[in-house]
Design a binder for this molecule. Structure first.
Ligand code: ADP
Ligand code: MG
Length: 288
């Protein structure tokens, strides 16, 4: 390849807000036909807000908030931030947990005021809470279970907004002949609600995927003969970003995602992913 043309491509990339790890990166975009989009923080803002609080009949809603908030205070997950902040606003000062453990893709657990508390997903719920959870998810909110001493006591719902630019970005990527796919650890109902808002078909939604399994979704698409670009922002996206034929990190995301990627979209605007692919195709055409 002509180094000069590649350098020009790299310089133009910087103007557009695309940081390119090396000029050779542009070559890997040539065949890309599928673009896997992480949901939280990539298609959505990642800034979550706490909405509803549900508790079982014999549980005080304030206790649900205090215990959940106390644990989530120690986690950096966007869901955790929403819960810790919302709980502090609604109940005042939060207790300091005696122990704390993050369970990536699942939640957090620890001891608060002598109780074994869990906040996250994958817990059997009594009927009243199950109904509340399903209703929230149908509206696109993520429902998080709060349990202590072995019993589910409450459900908290959180949600973040789809970025204003995401629907346009998906249609731009489609216009370049790419097939957009949504990938998330979040619940299927929530994922499909976000997918519908940006124009991704339900059949192209991979939901409830654990952090360690995100990379397998990329590998499976590659095994089907597809050339895959992946866009993500989280620590949980790093392996998938590194495995994809082209990894694109949100500049607003974590260092782990940026380090694992070939390109960084400086402003975290998904439309720039389309610019990046268009630019590299054009640069390569110049070389030919
Ligand atoms: P995503 O792929 O959307 O970035 P994650 O893989 O980080 O999501 O998390 C998947 C799911 O695990 C979340 O939707 C949530 O249900 C649960 N979860 C993860 N971390 C936490 C936490 N700190 N508190 C509560 N729930 C959590
Ligand atoms: Mg994310």
């Amino acid at each position: 390849a002509t180094p000069t043309a590649l350098m020009v491509g790299t310089g133009r990339g910087a103007q557009l807000g695309i940081l390119i790890k090396g000029p050779e990166v542009l070559e890997s975009t040539r065949r890309v036909d599928t673009v896997v989009l992480d949901k939280t923080g990539t298609v959505t803002t990642g800034q979550m807000t706490l909405y509803d609080v549900y508790a079982t009949d014999d549980t005080d809603e304030k206790e649900v908030l205090r215990y959940a908030g106390a644990l989530e205070h120690s986690s950096e997950h966007p869901i955790a931030r929403a819960i810790a902040q919302g709980a502090a606003e609604r109940t005042g000062e939060l207790p300091v947990p005696e122990s704390f453990l993050a369970l990536p893709g699942r939640g957090v657990e620890g001891v608060v005021e002598g109780h074994e508390v869990f906040v996250g997903r994958g817990v059997e719920l009594p009927a009243a809470l199950a109904t509340a959870k399903e209703a929230a998810e149908a509206e696109g909110r993520t429902a998080v279970v709060v349990a202590w001493d072995g019993t589910a006591r409450g459900v908290l719902t959180v949600a973040d907004a789809v970025k204003e630019t995401s629907a346009e970005a998906v249609s731009l990527l489609r216009g370049l002949g790419l097939r957009p796919v949504l990938l998330t650890g979040d619940n299927r109902a929530v994922a499909e609600s976000v997918a519908a808002k940006v124009g991704i078909a339900a059949e192209d939604v991979h939901a409830e995927v654990l952090p360690e399994d995100k990379v397998d979704v990329v590998k499976r698409l590659q095994a089907e003969g597809r050339s895959v670009a992946m866009v993500g922002d989280g620590v949980n996206d790093a392996a998938a970003l590194a495995t994809a034929d082209l990894g694109l990190a949100m500049g607003t995301g974590t260092d782990a995602a940026i380090e694992a990627s070939d390109l960084t979209l400086v402003r975290g605007d998904l439309r720039v992913a389309a610019d990046a692919i268009r630019l590299s195709r054009r640069t390569l055409a110049t070389i030919k």
